[in-house]
Design a protein around this ligand. Structure first.
Ligand code: NAG
Ligand code: NAG
Length: 189
């Protein structure tokens, strides 16, 4: 239901029922500017070329983390967003790494969890290349395909970065009264 329909519906309800007030609420998912809502994440791309450690610090300095990818719907949302907003990007850092792990297990530094969903690029993984994971897109005839998949890299290499934040979920309560209109947004977490 669109916002206008929602208000229209609430006003209609008020008129028909001749109620003194109508209380309604809607769930709202928002990101803090300049982060953009992409699927279920708030994301920010930076065109600065940084090594993994600098990239991690850069995100933390903005109250964010380097990107993690939990499943195919998140990957598709990220790929579509990059295709539209940053179409010439070949590769960017994620929070994925295997620091101090001898079994080639990868972890998302942003969540502390083992990476179970590992959509590897062609010819990957190459654990000897390094400890850090980036999302890499092949190019066809000089055109970036925006079909990003995981690739192992030397953490000292340079790449662009995507930082993530958890969206803010709030409930918007609308209270309609005969002569006034009040709205309150309540943060849940
Ligand atoms: C993808 O992962 C996120 C985070 O764990 C979860 O909230 C979401 O429901 C998952 N989506 C699918 C389609 O599995
Ligand atoms: C990127 O966008 C182009 C059109 O602008 C489309 O043809 C292509 O399939 C898209 N690629 C991905 C991976 O979404």
């Amino acid at each position: 239901m669109s916002w206008n329909q929602f208000i229209g519906f609430a006003i209609l309800g008020l008129t028909l029922a001749q109620l003194h007030s109508v209380n309604s609420q809607a769930d709202v998912t928002t990101c803090k500017s300049p982060f953009a809502l992409v699927g279920d994440k708030c994301l920010l791309f930076s065109n600065k070329w940084l090594n993994w450690y600098e990239a991690d610090r850069q995100c933390r300095s903005q109250s964010a983390q380097l990107l993690s990818v939990q499943n195919v719907s998140q990957l598709q949302a990220i790929n579509n967003w990059m295709n539209i907003t940053n179409p010439y990007t070949i590769e960017f850092w994620t929070s994925g790494n295997k620091f101090g792990n001898t079994q080639n297990l990868y972890f998302w530094e942003s969540t502390g969890q083992q990476a179970k969903y590992l959509p590897w690029a062609k010819g990957q993984p190459q654990p000897k290349e390094g400890d850090c994971l980036m999302l890499f897109s092949p190019t066809y005839g000089g055109v970036v395909s925006s079909d990003y998949l995981l690739s192992v890299r030397d953490c000292a290499a340079w790449a662009t970065i995507v930082c993530e934040q958890v969206p803010t979920n709030s409930v918007q309560r609308v209270c309609l009264m005969p002569n006034s209109f009040e709205m309150a947004q309540v943060q849940q977490k």
